[in-house]
Design a protein around this ligand. Structure first.
Ligand code: GYE
Length: 334
């Protein structure tokens, strides 16, 4: 079981000692000291990559919020490779940062490096994506969305989309999955399937499903192959907007109308997704909020100061149908 208090108490002691030791070192990227004149918290952050609009907005949010909080942020981009994230985390441990935060590209394979962080008494905060671990004490908390619920919401909103479009016959769904092994890919598929199994056993079928790695290029390429193998697809469920946008290009290239011949539901709610929706090409979007920076910095501060935090700090988000897109577009923040 997680013994967070002991872990944190130990972490704070070491963080304070680490802070003193770090004073001697020059740190060019330091963003200054916190208000009381005390040493700024050094946060090592390992980002997944820069695969999507969501990710860019998330990176900006993290960087801005760290600056705002007066933290010394060490940031690295793993280019969607787990081994890069593991080396980044190892380097943060070697640099004796106060807190490590990361958004794990996939769910498994973290125990070894997380044990190293624990042995060095550096608390780890997960953000955006979760991990599977046999030892709960290896991370303090997760700040991020409920992806299973997003999948369920996508299923529910598809019911509305189909009703609005007046689709009567069989629903043949193509699914563009996110990065294989990543929490949002696993859980969004799971939540969507729950709705299918509960209410649409007879009328909906996923006829093809493959990863597009959360990128536009991936979505475009995989959708082109789907249209070749299954030209009768009438619905696309894309695990993110970028893959839906890529897929739209292939749908149009195949002489079909996205949003009409093929109804599209995606997840994220980035600006380009809203633009495609206001053009009638995406039918509905389930929002997944990337602006996690401020909440993350608050948690990092609490953890660093030895306070207790919830095990999972969930993000709040909404759902949008096509007829809301134009009105919502100017107010979208990412
Ligand atoms: O949906 C996708 C990004 O982990 C929630 O990763 C995030 C996902 C997001 O690449 O666009």
């Amino acid at each position: 079981m997680l013994n967070r208090r002991n872990f944190l108490t130990a972490a704070v002691g070491v963080a304070a000692a680490g802070g003193l030791a770090a004073c001697a070192k020059e740190d060019k990227s330091s963003t200054g000291t916190s208000s009381g004149g005390s040493k700024a918290i050094t946060l090592g952050f390992s980002q997944v990559g820069s695969e999507s609009g969501w990710r860019s907005a998330n990176t900006t949010s993290v960087k801005e919020a760290a600056k705002e909080a007066g933290f010394n942020l060490k940031f690295s981009d793993a280019q969607q490779k787990q081994e890069n994230q593991i080396s980044a985390i190892r380097s943060y441990i070697a640099q004796k940062v106060d807190v490590i935060a990361f958004s794990p590209v996939v769910v498994t394979g973290w125990d070894a490096v997380l044990k190293e962080a624990k042995a060095a008494k550096i608390p780890v905060v997960l953000t955006d994506r979760s991990v599977e671990t046999s030892d709960d004490s290896l991370y303090v908390t997760l700040v991020g969305s409920d992806f299973t619920d997003e999948g369920r919401r996508a299923g529910k909103i598809l019911e509305k989309v189909l009703a609005k479009a007046g689709v009567k016959g069989p629903v043949k769904i193509a699914q563009l999955e996110g990065t294989t092994g990543a929490a949002p890919a696993i859980e969004r598929a799971k939540g969507f399937k729950e709705v299918m199994d509960a209410d649409h056993k007879g009328d909906w079928k996923i006829v093809v499903s493959q990863t597009g790695d959360f990128t536009r290029a991936g979505g475009k390429q995989v959708m082109a192959a789907f249209l070749q193998s299954n030209p009768d697809i009438n619905v696309l469920f894309a695990h993110n907007d970028d893959m839906a946008i890529g897929a739209i290009q292939s749908i149009e290239a195949a002489g079909k109308k996205p949003g009409k011949d093929i109804l599209i539901v995606s997840i994220d709610g980035v600006k380009d997704g809203f633009i495609a929706m206001s053009e009638g090409k995406i039918n509905a979007i389930v929002e997944c909020n990337p602006l996690l920076g401020p909440q993350l910095m608050e948690v990092v501060k609490t953890v660093h100061d030895g306070g207790s935090v919830e095990r999972w700090i969930k993000t709040k988000e909404g759902d949008f149908m096509q007829d809301q897109a134009k009105a919502a577009l100017p107010t979208r923040k990412y």
